[in-house]
Design a protein around this ligand. Structure first.
Ligand code: CO
Length: 193
């Protein structure tokens, strides 16, 4: 029931205020996150929760299959604000195994307008086709989920926003991670960027 969300919110806010009356007044003064999270919209991968971060600690951008597309002004605006204004020290691209977007791209399903978005993943598949031969369906999906994270992390590093930040010696690291919904664990793919 939608009403439950609002009553949950009331309980949540009251619980926090009881523990720390200054919590919301402090939080409303400013945000000072060290991390930008670029993740999938999948409801099973809530950014803050899986890395134990509280409100105010992670700046978040999520889209289908955690893509970093150089013409996506939504993502570029988030990235620029995070890097230039908030001065985050880490950009984390976090994908997940069993990603519906990746699997739709792999199966070449026709789903409508999202096919154009997923074309970015089909391109990655094509570029790495030799790595997929002989793999089971599940292995192919896992591999493409990982390759997708690596490519998107590279895309982050290639943006003018990150390039200029590095040129002026701003402290900034790019990470490529993948989350397993099956056990709740994140693996660092050690993306060389
Ligand atoms: Co996904």
């Amino acid at each position: 029931m939608i009403e439950d969300l609002l009553s949950n919110n009331l309980k949540w806010a009251n619980r926090i205020k009881q523990n720390d009356p200054d919590y919301f007044p402090n939080l409303s003064m400013q945000q000072n996150p060290d991390y930008l999270w670029i993740g999938c919209s999948d409801s099973r991968v809530p950014a803050n929760e899986i890395v134990g971060m509280q409100p105010g600690q992670v700046f978040v951008h999520r889209n289908v299959a955690n893509l970093v597309v150089h013409t996506d002004f939504n993502l570029l605006s988030v990235l620029q604000y995070a890097v230039d204004v908030l001065q985050v020290e880490h950009v984390i691209v976090c994908g997940h195994y069993g990603c519906g977007g990746v699997e739709a791209a792999l199966a070449n399903q026709q789903l409508g307008i999202i096919d154009n978005w997923l074309q970015n993943i089909k391109d990655i598949h094509q570029r790495h086709q030799e790595q997929f031969s002989g793999l089971s369906e599940k292995e192919q999906s896992n591999l493409l989920c990982e390759l997708n994270v690596i490519e998107q992390a590279k895309n982050v590093s290639q943006t003018t926003i990150v390039q200029q930040a590095l040129k002026r010696k701003q402290k900034l690291k790019i990470h490529g991670w993948i989350y397993s919904i099956a056990d709740g664990l994140i693996k660092d793919l050690k993306v060389p960027v």
